[in-house]
Ligand binder design. Structure first.
Ligand code: HDD
Length: 695
């Protein structure tokens, strides 16, 4: 038997992994070989356990201390490795080392997350997704700690604890978990009008992404790029998925959470291990003081975007995620992102949310990881040389050698240690600031509704409908009618039809419009980039087809389907009555990935029902098989209907409703036609047929 273990080095320093053909002896943490790991040490066969049992005590004590506090927000997340590659040099505007040389790669670690739920919550909560990127540049780590939504709920970091308290489970009952559909959240936001732009985004399908791979990422704030001369250019960062944007629908999300609470992490794990590496373009919006001064909104206000139509995106690189972690705790749990980690050439703006974040992240890592030496943990350590005089503390792992631990000193170049470098070192942009010391919110932050309206009108009709549905759902869980009504009063400032639809859905009289801090609300031009449906992929690549098979299913069509799926760069999974698989019409056997009740259609982007007449008769009596087709139909998916499958659709009560997105799979050539049709991902017109609210 071959295995690997960690072998200490003779000098007591670094350790490395060795492979060996011997079976290693179990030891204590002190290296003492263990003779019996099944029984504690006792006095007599049935006697009391002995305190002397150091192996028992060490094992239990260590277990008792296994957990570190979960993150106060973004507790549930998933991290993977990759690299950033520069495709267009930004040396014209920044001296940041990673942006100088085209083709150069910078190692990256990315952690995606939900915000409100605890570590063990489900992946498909309606929530913002964190998109935190650590880039190990040659001039130190750069953490771009962003979200999949380009705006935020609040403008000033001092409101963050209130926002998060309101969003998390209510403190007396400790529910609901991982959802904002409760009184406290809507009470807070309805009293915080600046949140309404973000409310539009989280009520949209952006908050229920199909995959981490199909979301955009945003740095949110305005940052600065600083060149060698010390000149500054404002910048907003965007991650654009090559996979296209895609989300699920709400009813599907609810069911996915039951069928596979790990849906997003499993998707990322499977994609990367299958060689299907997700990729994003890094885009920058660059602008100067003149633009900032002339823009209708304040570029320091994190509740506002700069539409791409006004400041186009310049693509400067790509982020590729190509390696899963070896150990979840060591990497994903212990990774510590800090917004204040910026290399020379990147700097902060005065956005009051960003300034507050720069305090919070370092503070939270010390609490969570227990020591200022969290930077020694391999996932957090820079990959460039480091030299400083900081020392000691809990768990100090990389300790400087030598006599000198201070500067200035007179020990000379060889022994005296590092020195500052005014040219190479980080310098802040020399911004002039003046004014009275005061607690104020700038007047330029006061228009809370115009961009919320712009977001809404930029959506397709179906996406607008989903926003209305989500608001009705969330507010239907709010118990106090006055809170529901207050939310609708804000919606009136965004769009009268939306407000009326929501009021109607709740059975509520339309209230008076909320008084806007700044009127009038401007009618801004729609921006196509804000819609998911308008920015979907043009292919089915990286998507998953679910094929429901029975014994006797047509082997030639199955083979043609597999070929078409492969050609598209998609994947498939077989669902069958028994996990042992099926025997096809030509006698070949196919293993199943899911037994029918463990593989509902919500797990797939499109489905096929390929069964024999006997198989159809059998499955038409099975509730899970009927759910498989009714859900796929209700969620507007493309459905491939095998020649003998009809009985199942009849039993499910939808045979009369099948539309042009339910394609026949009667002969081999149909397979390629079907996969081609799936490129559209969803057949949205159907939703108007299957949804009571749409009629
Ligand atoms: Fe935050 C974590 C993103 C505002 C305080 N935040 C955290 C993570 C992401 C974001 C992606 C998870 C990092 C990881 O995967 O480990 N946060 C944002 C964005 C914001 C934002 C995009 C607004 C633009 N955050 C924000 C404010 C504060 C914080 C205003 C506090 C004043 N955030 C934290 C934190 C967390 C955190 C408490 C919890 C765990 C952690 O930092 O490492 O410090």
């Amino acid at each position: 038997m071959s295995f690997s273990y960690t072998e200490p080095q003779a000098d007591g320093g670094e350790t490395h992994q060795v492979a060996d053909d011997r079976i290693a002896t179990l030891t204590t943490q002190q290296g003492i070989p263990v003779a019996d790991d099944q029984n504690s040490l006792k006095q007599g066969v049935r006697g009391p356990a002995l305190l002397e049992d150091f192996h028992f005590r060490e094992k239990i004590f260590h277990f008792d201390h296994e957990r570190v506090p979960e993150r106060v927000v973004h507790a549930r997340g998933y991290g993977v490795h990759g690299f950033f590659e520069l495709t267009d040099s930004l040396s014209d505007v920044t001296r940041a080392d990673l942006f100088q040389r085209v083709g150069e790669r910078t190692p990256a670690f990315v952690r995606f997350s939900t915000v409100a739920g605890s570590k063990g919550s489900f992946d498909l909560a309606r929530d913002v997704r964190g998109f935190a990127v650590k880039l190990y540049t040659q001039e130190g780590n750069w953490d771009l700690v962003g979200n999949n939504i380009p705006v935020f709920f609040i403008q000033d970091a001092i409101k963050f604890p209130d926002l998060i308290h309101a969003a998390k489970p209510e403190p007396d009952r400790n529910f609901p978990q991982a959802q904002t559909a409760h009184d406290n959240f809507w009470d807070f936001v309805s009293l915080t009008p600046e949140s309404f732009h973000m409310i539009m985004w989280i009520m949209s399908d952006r908050a229920i992404p199909r995959s981490y791979r199909t979301m955009e990422g945003f740095g949110v704030h305005t940052f600065r790029l600083v060149d060698v001369e010390g000149r500054s250019t404002f910048v907003k960062f965007h991650w654009k998925p090559k996979q296209g944007l895609q989300s699920v629908v709400w009813n599907e999300a609810v069911k996915i959470n039951g069928a596979d609470p790990d849906f997003h992490r499993r998707d990322l794990w499977d994609a990367i291990n299958g060689g299907n590496f997700p990729e994003w373009e890094l885009g920058v919006q660059l602008f100067d003081d003149d633009f900032a001064d002339s823009f209708d909104f304040d570029v320091l206000d994190a509740t506002k975007i700069i539409p791409e139509e006004l400041v186009p995106i310049r693509v400067v690189g790509r982020l590729v995620l190509d390696r899963v972690v070896d150990n979840f705790f060591a990497e994903t749990e212990q990774v510590a992102f800090c917004t204040q980690n910026v290399p020379p050439g990147i700097d902060f703006s005065n956005d009051p949310l960003l300034q507050g974040r720069n305090f919070s992240y370092l503070d939270t890592q010390i609490k969570r990881l227990g020591s200022p030496n969290f930077t020694h943990i391999p996932i957090n350590a820079p990959k460039c040389p480091m030299a400083h005089f900081q020392q000691d503390g809990h768990m100090a792992m990389s300790n400087p050698k030598g006599r000198v631990n201070y500067e200035p000193n007179s020990w000379g170049a060889a022994q005296g240690g590092p020195r500052e470098d005014p040219v190479r070192g980080f310098t802040s942009f020399a911004e002039t600031a003046d004014g009275p010391k005061q607690r104020v919110r700038s007047e330029s932050f006061a228009d809370h509704y115009s961009q919320a309206r712009q977001f809404l009108i930029s959506q397709t009709a179906i996406e607008q409908k989903h926003i209305g549905d989500a608001l009705v759902f969330e507010l239907s869980k709010v118990e106090r009618p006055d809170i529901r009504s207050r939310v609708v009063s804000h919606l009136l400032n965004i769009d009268a039809t939306l407000a009326e639809t929501v009021a109607d859905g709740l059975g509520l009289a339309v209230p008076d419009r909320a008084v806007a801090a700044r009127a009038p609300i401007t009618d801004l031009a729609a921006s196509d980039k804000l819609s998911i449906v308008k920015n979907g992929p043009a292919n089915f690549k990286g998507r998953k087809l679910g094929i429901l098979l029975s014994d006797g299913a047509d082997a030639a069509i199955f083979t043609a389907l597999v070929k078409a799926v492969d050609a598209e760069g998609a994947v498939f999974e077989v669902v069958a009555p028994k996990i042992g698989g099926v025997t096809l019409s030509d006698g070949t056997t196919v293993a199943a990935k899911h037994k029918i009740d463990g593989g509902p259609s919500v797990l797939f982007d499109a489905v096929v029902v390929l069964v024999s007449a006997e198989g159809a008769a059998l499955l038409s009596r099975d509730a899970a098989a009927k759910d498989f087709v009714t859900d796929a139909f209700a969620h507007c998916k493309f459905i491939g209907v095998g020649a003998d499958a009809e009985a199942i659709f009849v039993a499910a009560g939808i045979s009369e409703d099948l539309d042009e997105a339910c394609l026949p799979l009667a002969k081999e050539v149909d397979a390629a036609t079907f996969i081609e049709a799936c490129r559209e991902l969803r057949f949205w017109p159907r939703e108007l047929e299957v949804d009571l609210d749409a009629k």
